[in-house]
Design a protein around this ligand. Structure first.
Ligand code: AP5
Ligand code: MG
Length: 225
């Protein structure tokens, strides 16, 4: 019998490469949830939970949050029923230890057969800095804007929920530099790992948003359906 496997898409890429932008579009199209560990962590901060209070300084300064914390919130999210048919991960795993953590989560929660594909969206550090300088977010509903490419209809007001939009704390230049350093020090071993498993697709992120999505969809067609 030809049983449909669970579709799991993992998105990697430097800060500002467009992971959130692309995974949100893809989630809508594929009708599976996009799960960003960055968003999950920001939600903890917004709700002022114990985790939220503990990670605020780390997040705002652009440092990596402890593996156990990220594993805990990811596991909790992947236990939700909407992940049953598949899901998209944005920003997890970020280094080799987290690959192991994710495998452990799968052992517990998603033991069925899976089709896993990894998309690496690459952009230069210069492009990351340029984009993040113009990014604004709504801390209330999570919507993301770019002051030139995708501005809100009303200045500084979120189209989706009417709250004020602001600069992400970790989009200050010093925090961006740290995030870029973190990313580049961990990225190559991850790429080697997924490339060796022949599940890695490299996507040029320095094209307009629709073209990037088109390239992702073209590669997605090459994966088992
Ligand atoms: P996270 O929120 O995931 O941050 P990031 O990985 O640095 O990525 P960003 O969200 O900044 O960028 P993006 O690629 O999503 O780009 P976007 O689509 O918004 O993580 C934040 C923090 O959480 C980490 O620093 C760490 O502290 C912690 N954390 C998260 N995961 C963790 C983990 N696994 N382990 C430990 N700690 C973890 O686009 C950016 C801007 O560009 C937007 O304004 C957008 O409109 C615009 N844009 C998008 N695409 C294009 C395009 N093609 N052309 C022009 N502009 C574009
Ligand atoms: Mg993001």
């Amino acid at each position: 019998m030809n049983k449909t496997k669970k579709k799991i898409l993992i998105f990697m890429g430097p800060p500002g490469s467009g992971k959130g932008t692309q995974t949100d579009m893809l989630a809508e199209r594929l009708k599976i949830p996009a799960i960003s560990t960055g968003e999950l962590l920001r939600l903890e901060m917004k709700n002022n939970t114990k985790i939220g209070k503990a990670i605020r300084k780390t997040m705002d300064s652009g440092r990596m949050v402890a593996d156990e914390t990220v594993k805990e919130i990811t596991e909790k999210r992947l236990a939700e029923p909407d992940t049953k048919k598949g899901f998209i991960l944005d920003g997890y795993p970020r280094h080799k230890k987290q690959i192991k953590d994710l495998e452990e989560i799968f052992q517990k929660l998603h033991q069925e057969e899976k089709d896993i594909s990894v998309f690496y969206i690459y952009v230069s550090s210069q492009e990351s800095r340029k984009r993040l300088g113009k990014r604004r977010v709504c801390y209330s509903c999570g919507s993301t804007y770019h002051l030139e490419i995708n501005p809100p209809k009303k200045k500084n007001i979120c189209d989706a929920c009417g709250h004020k939009i602001e600069r992400r704390k970790d989009d200050e230049p010093k925090a961006v530099s740290r995030r870029l350093r973190n990313f580049h020090s961990e990225n190559d071993p991850l790429l080697d790992h997924f490339s060796a498993r022949k599940i890695l697709f490299r996507i040029n992120g320095e094209q307009d948003i629709k073209k990037v999505q088109k390239d992702i969809l073209a590669d997605l067609k090459k994966t088992p359906s």
